[in-house]
Design a protein around this ligand. Sequence first.
Ligand code: MF3
Ligand code: CO
Ligand code: CO
Length: 264
Amino acid sequence: MNIHIKNQQEINKMRISGYLAGEVLRKIEPYVIPGTTTEKLNQICHNYIIQKKAIPGCLGYLGFPSSICISVNEIACHGIPNKNKKLNNGDIVNIDVTVIKNQYYADTAKMFIVGKTHKIAYELCQVAKKSLYRTFPVIRPGLPISIIGQTIQNYVNTTPFSIVKEYCGHGIGTTFHEQPYILHYNYHENKVFFKPGMIFTIEPIINAGNKEVFCMDDNWTICTKDYSLSAQYEHTVLVTENGCEILTKRKNEKIQKIYFNKKK
Ligand code: MF3
Ligand code: CO
Ligand code: CO
């Protein structure tokens, strides 16, 4: 297996990319309101990324037509921004941003709630967020990367929700998707271990109903088979000597202490 361990110089570049990707999500927040279109949000993010002398990583990737992915309600991931798709009060919206700055990628996503939503939708977003956060304390050198999937599944099993199995986290650096691939569910394989300098994303997709999804006719948009709501959070994470660093953490993002450094 060819996992690229980043050196200090590369890590510093990834920190810059990671910060920028986080800034895009932070800056778009006030625009995610009823009546706006997903294409409008795409344009705002695109312009911001270009203005920061970076490149939107999704644009043209395997032919993807837009600069970011926007996935509303029952869309699980890879939603294509559309000038005819207006946001409504109560929608839950995933925005997934990938930037390339000085050749280095960073990839992050979060949920936005449009106006006020109902309890199940809110809970789903919370569970998706916590399923990501709960992996942070188990990332440290010496532990197997399979502990991420184990941790997510153990948690989500205590909720009424389900984990999508078709999509995974991925190593990231000067390429968008590289080894190691990070599964978000329990599996029996303990051969790959965290090492300082590894950088990968964690991006669990959680459904309110059944775990099954399908690809729509545009060959991109992934929708839940039962049309139940879906939520996803994503961060780009660096393994450090004694834990991990969240490279795409936003300035205004509160990650409680309990999600860090349960040092053995
Ligand atoms: N950002 C997605 C990920 O987390 C990939 C999107 S690929 C695109 O890996 F082409 F749809 F943009
Ligand atoms: Co990703
Ligand atoms: Co992403």
